[in-house]
Ligand binder design. Sequence first.
Ligand SMILES: [Cu+2]
Length: 161
Amino acid sequence: MLRRSALLAALMPIATGVLQADQLQGLTLHDPWVREVPPVSDRSAAYVRIENSGSADRTLLAAESELFERVELHESREGDDGTMRMIHLDEIALPAGDTTVLEPGGYHIMLIDRIGEPLSEADGDEVPIRLHFDNGENARVEATVRKHAPDNGHEGHDMDH
Ligand SMILES: [Cu+2]
């Protein structure tokens, strides 16, 4: 079963193309956003809450954006010495019945080497991000550029990315 689904995952991206976020099976993406950074910085991070209302565990495998050369899945963790470090993850688990939160200080989508103009909340900029899941589904979201985390009850501290 595992081998079969791995094979399907390898074959399906070409066949299925890219879905709108609301067409995903069992997954709902809430409040995707990208942090506005000073224009001198060519990297930023994207955050989203991923609700898995299905009965199967799912996995986020990768992300990409045409506005950044490289996109990675990261987790910020506090080391033994109290400093925050970013860990490069191969995937992020999305357990059935749970909402997995990508937020400052935790899981995030790292956006590296910006292509084009600096991103600005004042200009109403959005960042297209494509998410790849283990069942072969690819979804495109438009993440809103924000200076501060949206107030959604999971508010992180502003400086702890
Ligand atoms: Cu990071």
